[in-house]
Design a protein around this ligand. Structure first.
Ligand code: FNR
Length: 192
């Protein structure tokens, strides 16, 4: 069974990306994956600073996040597009997770892992541009990003009052992304 870690690049209460992520998570679980869904808000990582790191090491919050990444086979990540790139909270978390501590292998949180990535926006492109840079970032760190990705456009028109996604086609596509990510993660785990 694959173990996936799922998180959104938004901590907004009514986050569209969280709604989209929840559907992909459901798809992965239906495919038999064990999914840990977290909020970056629960980690409260300070902004990365190399002087602070040299003096105090990696803060406990960032180390806990990195260890979660290390203990999973892959990731489901839904990111807002902020000015055509990822929000600072997501990049900050990834930067912290890229830092080794103790005898950890270099980039242990990323190498050999698989990621399914998605975005959501009320705009017409659905945050498509953030997926380009998020894919590049993760692949440069050693994570294989699924060829299929989802940018959910006009997402504000695709939700129920309780924030869940209402559109059947969108649900089908997001669940398929979750399922495919789980299946590849399971295969990569079996082969390693
Ligand atoms: C945005 N938003 C946005 N949307 C988009 O489609 N392309 C973009 O480049 C941007 N840029 C941008 C910059 C900044 C600083 C903010 C705060 C917002 C709008 C964004 O998609 C919207 O706030 C989403 O609702 C954010 O995602 P969550 O929080 O709903 O998951």
């Amino acid at each position: 069974m694959a173990k996936l870690l799922a998180f959104a690049g938004s901590t907004r209460k009514q986050s569209f990306n969280q709604s989209v992520l929840d559907v992909a998570v459901a798809g992965a679980r239906e495919a038999g994956a064990e999914v840990t869904e977290i909020s970056l808000a629960d980690f409260d990582m300070p902004l990365f600073n190399e002087d602070e790191e040299a003096e105090h090491g990696i803060p406990a919050s960032a180390q806990a996040f990195k260890e979660l990444m290390m203990s999973h086979d892959g990731f489901l990540i839904a990111s807002p597009e902020y000015n055509s790139a990822y929000p600072a909270i997501l990049k900050n978390a990834i930067d912290w997770a890229s830092r080794p501590a103790g005898d950890e292998k270099i980039l242990a949180a990323f190498r050999g892992k698989v990621a399914g990535i998605m975005a959501a926006s009320a705009g017409g492109l659905g945050g498509l541009r953030v997926l380009v840079v998020l894919r590049m970032l993760l692949e440069n760190l050693g994570t294989m990003v699924m060829p299929t990705q989802r940018a959910v456009a006009k997402v504000d028109t695709l939700r129920n009052d309780d924030g869940t996604i209402s559109d059947e086609k969108t649900i089908k596509q997001l669940k398929a992304l979750g399922k495919q990510t789980a299946e590849l993660a399971r295969k990569m785990r079996a082969d390693s």
